[in-house]
Design a protein around this ligand. Structure first.
Ligand code: IMP
Length: 176
């Protein structure tokens, strides 16, 4: 297999620090309420796993999978539910954990879908936000980092199924 060294955009240390801050903010906001955390697969798995360790509140963890991207770097424009959560969220406090908000279509579709299930509240934590391509307004309650309009990989995010395992957020260079 070819060697690759993506350029580091956000280091492992910066990510860890920011996640600790977000965890503290979430802990303060929820007092002693139980939270249903919905991890949006696959991209948010690493962010979610680190973030919930920093939330000092009772958490129930759920997973959901949606697809809007094919194997490339552009959205297909359609969001499909591939795997649903198993919990009933009616009357519950829900925290959705996403990897990145780009056009906003995926998360907006998900938030609309969850609202129909009558949760008591829904908030959104996203590791990254790319404002350049935003088409659907979404409120990110807990944001890790705002980034430029570059296709990023690592810390859960992929390019054609690869690079999710990188411990940092990187950018692919020509030749990678
Ligand atoms: P949106 O619907 O355009 O906001 O796209 C959101 C989804 O597209 C994310 O959950 C990611 O899976 C994927 N995505 C968007 N931008 C990137 C990127 O720069 N790197 C990797 N995946 C991305």
């Amino acid at each position: 297999m070819e060697m690759y060294t993506p350029e580091v955009l956000i280091s492992e240390e910066e990510i860890a620090l920011r996640i600790s801050e977000l965890g503290r903010a979430i802990t303060n906001d929820y007092e002693n309420e139980e939270l249903v955390v919905i991890c949006v697969l696959k991209g948010a798995f690493m962010f979610c796993s680190d973030l919930i360790k920093k939330i000092n509140r009772p958490v129930r963890l759920e997973f959901i999978s949606l697809s809007s991207y094919g194997d490339g770097t552009n959205s297909s424009g359609n969001v499909r539910l591939e795997m649903d959560i198993t919990a009933n969220i009616e009357g519950k406090h829900v925290l959705v954990i996403e990897d990145i908000v780009d056009t906003g279509l995926t998360i907006k579709t998900l938030l609309n879908m969850l609202a129909l299930r009558k949760p008591s509240s829904v908030k959104l934590a996203s590791l990254l936000f790319k404002p350049a391509k935003l088409k659907h307004r979404v409120d990110i309650n807990y944001l890790g980092f705002e980034i430029e309009d570059k296709f990023v990989i690592g810390f859960g995010l992929d390019y054609a199924g690869r690079y999710r395992e990188l411990p940092y957020i990187g950018v692919l260079n020509a030749g990678n």
